[in-house]
Design a binder for this molecule. Structure first.
Ligand SMILES: [Fe+2]
Length: 163
């Protein structure tokens, strides 16, 4: 019987990173209060994994996912305007595809950091449910490449996270 070798020439390199970095430049700004720390870009199947950080209170654009999202809260608290539960440190959150929600961190709350594993696209909507834009692994990768270039780390720091 054929036995698959443990290592093949096509095997992807493993990826081991300090997720919460000491170098502040690794956080990619998304707005005045929101930034993300990319951990993995899968440009083949469209998934990405990142830490989302919100400081000083803030809101993420109202959005819907085409595919599931998995979250794990590392610090702080946040909630969705559309739900009555609160995500707290240590909690796991599953976001089913299809629902529209708006992530908020209350003004004056301690900074929040949550690991999000996102599959597929994030589509943003205005209050009348008209699409206004989108994020996907390619958009996130370009944001990270541009930011790392700008702050002197080099785009290759983002490209090293591609699998
Ligand atoms: Fe979401």
């Amino acid at each position: 019987m054929y036995k698959r070798p443990l290592q093949t020439p096509l095997a992807l390199a493993d990826l081991v990173e300090t997720a919460i970095p000491e170098d502040e430049r690794l956080w990619v700004p998304q707005s005045d209060t929101v930034d993300f720390r990319p951990l993995l870009f899968n440009t083949t199947n469209g998934e990405w994994i990142n830490l989302l950080r919100v400081r000083g209170g803030g809101q993420l654009g109202r959005h819907r996912h085409a595919s599931p999202v998995y979250g794990f809260v590392l610090k702080g608290t946040w909630r969705y305007l559309e739900h009555d539960w609160v995500a707290r440190e240590g909690m796991f959150v599953y976001e089913p595809p299809g629902e529209i929600h708006t992530l908020v961190v209350e003004e004056g709350a301690e900074p929040m950091i949550t690991l999000f594993h996102v599959l597929g696209s994030v589509i943003y909507y205005d209050e009348h449910d008209n699409p206004t834009g989108h994020d996907d692994v390619h958009v996130k990768l370009e944001l990270a490449r541009a930011h790392y270039e700008k702050v002197g780390l080099g785009a290759e720091v983002a490209e090293a996270l591609i699998r």
